[in-house]
Ligand binder design. Sequence first.
Ligand SMILES: Cc1cc2nc3c(=O)[nH]c(=O)nc-3n(C[C@H](O)[C@H](O)[C@H](O)COP(=O)(O)OP(=O)(O)OC[C@H]3O[C@@H](n4cnc5c(N)ncnc54)[C@H](O)[C@@H]3O)c2cc1C
Length: 399
Amino acid sequence: MEFGFSQKEIEFQEAVEEFLKKELPPDWPEKSRHWPGGYGTIEMPNREMADTAREFRRKLAQKGWFTIAWPEQYGGKAHSHIEQAIFDERMSYFRAPSVGIATRIAGPTILRFGTEENKQDWIPRIANAEIEMWLAYSEPDAGSDLAGIQTTAVLEGEEYVINGQKVWSTIAHLADYAWLIAKTDPDGHRHHRVSLFVVDNKSPGVTIKPLINIVGVHSFNEVFFDNVRVPAKNLIGDKNAGFYYLMTALDFERLLVGIGGFRRFFEELVEYVKQMEREGKPLGKNHSVRVKLAEIAVKIEIAYLFFWRTAEKLDKGQVPDVESSVLKLTTTELSRHLANVTMEIFGPYSQLVTESEWTPLRGMAPRGYLDCVSATIGAGTSEIQRSIIATRGLGLPRK
Ligand SMILES: Cc1cc2nc3c(=O)[nH]c(=O)nc-3n(C[C@H](O)[C@H](O)[C@H](O)COP(=O)(O)OP(=O)(O)OC[C@H]3O[C@@H](n4cnc5c(N)ncnc54)[C@H](O)[C@@H]3O)c2cc1C
């Protein structure tokens, strides 16, 4: 067993950090108020930051860092998964605008299961950051149990005709294409009747309606498909095999935990407590505060270890199906724990959202307190992650 990075990995980490310091404004990490593990603050607080984020993403794509662990023949840099993890850790530590669903969920799934035609159609555009996708899985009556979806796709000549409704569709209003599951065999077994498609948002019959999230931000939507015609070649891989592709796509999604954001906020929180101490407010000597901070410190270390271990497993060519659930469960529960502890430490000041001289850490705590609720639901609830760990990890029988 060896803990630590190789010289090549250290140099890559330094290159990423240098890039982030050069290409993001110095005050970006403070201005960008993304709560670790949260979903809610996908929109930039203002126009200037949105423009900076767009420009930053363009530069990342130019460097080939959108798809660093992809094979070179598909526009990647053929870096290891550990290097991908190093990149993710530094990006999230700097609260940098993240790379998207197309690059980290749809793209790797197409590379693994797509036909050659699928790869030619989608991979170059994803690698060049020309398109973004949204995840069209959940429906009003199917979330945890995605095999129970009702949306249908019926083949008519050279096209599939799609009818149904999706919900909780994060960034559907900002993205270009739906990464969609639909039923293609009404009589098939639950796990052999679903297929995966890429559907153009601009297709006639697609209606996107906003849903405002708990933080007050328009981050997700409900989306209706009314006789939407999709070219048959937009089917990914084999017909009726979509449920298995979906399980892998969910594993990829559960790896995107923004690990560095936890360390960044925790450092700010500890510094705040020290600053209070310097100002004569004995927060740092308070037994309860010390114990709570120590507990969080330990949990962050554990989350980091799971994070690196998952990347190592990927580099060995193994599927981290249990690890991705362990990582997702650990980090999202930590997101809630961190929010609770922060609110307790800030006391009555914790409710100040608007920035003022009295507002601790730019009002991140109350926003995070609301935002973190979604962390343990999106990409599969904590109950579902525990169930996966029990069955796939411990070999216990399915209930
Ligand atoms: C912020 C956010 C963003 C999201 N973004 C997207 C998106 O972009 N695209 C998308 O398709 N979906 C998205 N979702 C939806 C998300 O994936 C679902 O909400 C989630 O999978 C749970 O499904 P559900 O809401 O239907 O709840 P249900 O499945 O009805 O679950 C309700 C409760 O029952 C529990 N439960 C259900 N089944 C079991 C079981 N077998 N064992 C134990 N407990 C169980 C659940 O844990 C939960 O507590 C998002 C959700 C959130 C909160």
